[in-house]
Each structure stands twice: as structure tokens, then as C-alpha cells.
Design a protein around this ligand. Structure first.
Ligand code: UDX
Length: 438
């Protein structure tokens, strides 16, 4: 099938590459010529495991192309996936200007039937706006052409995006005419694995499903963060509690890990956008309001632990931070809890030496030279008053604690991701405090 993907961010690039992998003829459009030049030269603008290989092999096979030419991209695909950014407005609602600009281009240039698919996470009602925008452009041209609009939210996780796309738990298709449903089912036929995973529903429900999924996951995390904080007060251990409740199949083990707050391009933005949608419809989502405020507080948890150890004035102190990305296996710094912690440390007069296996270039864009970037995790510890762990990269999981102790000026680890067994670390003569651990 001829497919166009508009936007070569995480979602667009992964969608384009994975659809090409199953034999589709895919053109990816981006207006950012630097990005397209990089992709054409074989580069990948983001760090995402496995993406480089799948892009390279499909480009070589002639099934995947990149362009900045809007007319070519509209002409190409019978199916036009809109996967452009939806940055938050000041009030937290998603800004649709890029989505609607893409829709208008399609209406302005199409010459045959198109299925226009919203792949970006967009507020409920966006498909109707996309439909209107295309219809207006067609009317302005005075042409009558058929088109369908569908919603097909993406559930991929950064760091596992290719795998998530290729082996989806479910494929949500919001579509309201048979022609679009038929096309969408045909595209996703190869991704089914043993049984039909497509859930076809009305467009508004599909749009809401995406927000509800992310909001539910964020809720679990904030709930566990509160339970962890309570466990600390009670002298209980949240690790036992986590396993104790996760073993109930109605609860399950996933997304019950307390930490120093959730970040990333989805949870914070989607929680806020859903709250805003509710407000616009005369409602407050009380649970989500709490989820967000707990998360804001949780990003300060390591700072509070430091202050109770060293006092409010941290000037002259130097802290090592392991992990900058909002989670492992990505260089994404969007809404990363590390940024909140580091800004707070700097505001309290401390200096910071940080290490992250892949996100230091991205981190520099946010923090510049206000902190020092170490060449490896151990170097970061030299003379530091504590090690603060913010991202659970694999390479942090089994450090040589004797070396860690020898390098630190104050033998203290504050672990925002609960990487270690407290008793084991303490055996090495280190002070160790984590989130909700005894
Ligand atoms: C998320 C959803 O998982 C994905 O389905 C959706 O399409 C996009 O948003 P992503 O943002 O890539 O994916 O990361 P995810 O692995 O979900 O983690 C989000 C944040 O939650 C991270 O900061 C992570 O550290 C935090 N988290 C996750 C926890 O604090 N505890 C957990 O138990 C799980």
C-alpha cells in the first residue's frame, strides 16, 4: 500500500519504518530540512534501539523515502498518517496547529481518495476538525473528492518503540465508514500475531482511549509514590508492598515502581491535556489533579532527602547525578525529573557533575555548561558529597561499591529508582536511602 507519514518524530519515524518493513511503499514528510537531510544521509535524529537498522534496510530496499516536498507526499499515499507534534498550550491543552496545517495541505493538494489518519495524540474532537479543514480546502478549490478520517493512536514506549509497534498489544482504530475501516485493517493485518488485535470503535472513543491509557498508567505511578512515601514514615518497605499487591492479577506488576517522578513526552502532557479537556467540558478530573500534583512533589523527593541530611544551604557541596534521560534506553530529556532536581540543587548553591550514557548532548541543550558532564559514572563521583540516582540505566545496576565509596567525599547514595538492596549497599559502609525502602 502507498503510505505517507507526516512528521518524522518518534511516532512518525517508527510508524514509517515499521510499515515499510511489511512491504508498504512509504514516504515520510518533514518540513525540517535538516532532519530530512540527516535521514537521507543515513542518520537517525533520535536515539531509539533498533530504529537505525530498520530504517536503513527499508531505505536500501526502496520502500522508505524521506522528503520535504509536501505536494509529493500528498500525491504519494492513499493513507496519510498525521504524526506531527502537539505541543502543550499555556493552559496545558494540546496545540493543534501542526495537525491542522497537515490536514489543510492534504485538502489543498489531493487529487484522489485519501484516508487521513490521526496518529499523534490529539484531544477528543480533533478528527472532526481535521475533516472540516480538509473539506474547507476542497471547497475552496471547488473540487469534490472523497476522503475518510480515522484515529489510530500509538501506544509505543520510548526505548522499545520498534518492538511495541511490531508486536502491539492492541491496535485501536477509530473510524466511522467501511472504506476506512477496511484500509486500516488491511494495513495492520500483518501485525496481528495469532489473533485479531484490532479494536474498531467510533473516533471519539479511540481518541479518548489514548489519553485514558496514559492517565491510568500515570495514576498507578503517583499512587505508588504516595504509598512509598507513607512506607518510609511507617518503617515499612515498599518493595514488599509492591510485590504483595502486584501478585493480585487484578492489579498486576506493571507500572508499580515508585521513583523520583514520571517524565517524558507523554504522561505529563497527556495528563494535563485530559484535565484541560475535562475543564472545557465543565468537569474536574479530581483523581488526575492529584496524580499531577503528587508527581510534581515527587520530583523534589531527592532534594528533600538531601536537605534533611545537609540542611537548606547546599553551597560548596558537589553532587554526582547518575542518569539524566527521563528513563533508560532513550536520550529524551523532555520533562525529565533530573532537570527539576538539578535546577533545585543549583538554586541551593550546590554544584553538579552528571553522567548519562546517551542523553548528555540533549542535557546540554537544557542545562548548558551550568553543570559538569563526566566521561563515565565513576569519574562523576570524585570528591562528591553524595551520589544521586535519577535514571535506572543498566550500567548503574551493579557498581563496585568499594570504588564508589572510595571516590565519594561523603559516602552517601540517594537512589531515586530503587536500584539496590539497602542491606547490601550498607555492608560496604555506604549510607543508602531510596524511595520507600527500609
Ligand atoms: C508512555 C506509555 O508507556 C506509552 O504506552 C505511550 O505511548 C507513551 O507514554 P514513555 O513515555 O515512552 O511511554 O515511557 P514509560 O516507560 O511509560 O515511562 C514514563 C515515565 O514513567 C518514566 O519517567 C518512568 O521512569 C516512569 N515510571 C514508569 C515510573 O516512575 N514507574 C513505573 O513503574 C513506570
Amino acid at each position: 500500500m502507498k503510505i505517507t507519514v507526516i512528521g518524522t518524530g518518534y511516532v512518525g519515524l517508527v510508524t514509517g519504518a515499521c510499515l515499510a518493513e511489511y512491504g508498504n511503499d512509504v514516504v515520510c514528510l518533514d518540513l525540517d530540512s535538516k532532519k530530512i537531510d540527516l535521514l537521507k544521509a543515513g542518520g537517525i535524529p533520535i536515539y531509539e534501539p533498533g530504529l537505525d537498522t530498520i530504517v536503513a534496510s527499508n531505505v536500501a530496499a526502496g520502500r522508505l523515502r524521506f522528503t520535504t516536498d509536501v505536494a509529493e507526499s500528498v500525491q504519494h499515499g492513499t493513507v496519510q498518517f498525521i504524526a506531527v507534534g502537539t505541543p502543550p498550550d499555556e493552559d496545558g491543552s494540546a496545540d493543534l496547529k501542526y495537525v491542522l496545517a497537515a490536514a489543510r495541505n492534504i485538502g489543498r493538494l489531493m487529487t484522489d481518495y485519501k484516508v487521513v489518519v490521526d496518529k499523534s495524540t490529539v484531544p477528543v474532537g480533533t478528527a472532526e476538525k481535521v475533516k472540516e479543514a480538509i473539506a474547507e480546502e476542497l471547497a475552496a478549490r471547488g473540487v469534490k473528492l472523497e476522503f475518510s478520517v480515522a484515529s489510530n493512536p500509538e501506544f509505543l514506549k520510548e526505548g522499545a518503540a520498534v518492538e511495541d509497534f511490531m508486536r502491539p498489544d492492541r491496535i485501536v482504530i477509530g473510524a466511522e465508514d467501511e472504506r476506512a475501516i477496511h484500509v486500516m485493517k488491511a494495513i495492520y493485518h500483518p501485525f496481528q500475531r495469532n489473533h485479531d488485535r484490532t479494536l474498531v470503535m467510533d473516533i471519539r472513543s479511540a481518541e479518548l482511549t489514548k489519553y485514558a491509557a496514559n492517565a491510568m498508567l500515570a495514576t498507578r505511578i503517583s499512587f505508588m509514590n504516595e504509598i512509598a512515601n507513607l512506607a518510609e514514615k511507617l518503617g515499612a518497605d515498599v518493595e514488599h508492598v509492591r510485590r504483595g499487591i502486584g501478585s493480585d492479577p487484578r492489579i498486576g506488576y506493571h507500572f508499580l515502581y515508585p521513583g523520583c517522578g514520571y517524565g517524558g513526552s507523554c504522561f505529563p502532557k497527556d495528563v494535563q491535556a485530559l484535565q484541560q479537556t475535562a475543564v472545557e467540558n465543565g468537569m474536574q478530573l479530581k483523581v488526575l489533579n492529584a496524580v499531577e500534583s503528587v508527581n510534581e512533589g515527587q520530583k523534589q523527593v531527592l532534594l528533600h532527602k538531601l536537605i534533611s541530611r545537609f540542611g537548606d544551604d547546599l553551597s560548596g557541596k558537589r553532587f554526582a547525578v547518575w542518569g539524566l534521560a527521563f528513563k533508560p534506553r532513550t536520550d529524551d530529556m523532555r520533562e525529565a525529573p533530573s532537570l527539576v532536581l538539578i535546577e533545585a540543587l543549583l538554586a541551593h548553591g550546590a554544584s553538579v557533575v552528571a553522567f548519562d550514557p546517551v542523553a548528555m548532548t540533549e542535557a546540554r541543550r537544557h542545562l548548558g555548561e551550568r553543570i559538569t558532564y563526566a566521561t563515565d559514572p565513576i569519574n562523576a563521583l570524585e570528591g562528591a558529597d553524595a551520589l544521586l540516582i535519577v535514571t535506572e540505566w543498566k550500567q548503574f545496576q551493579v557498581p563496585d561499591f568499594e570504588v564508589v565509596k572510595a571516590k565519594l567525599k561523603t559516602p552517601l547514595i540517594l537512589d531515586g529508582r530503587n536500584l539496590y538492596e539497602p542491606a547490601f549497599v550498607r555492608q560496604h559502609g555506604l549510607e543508602y536511602d531510596a524511595i520507600g525502602r527500609r
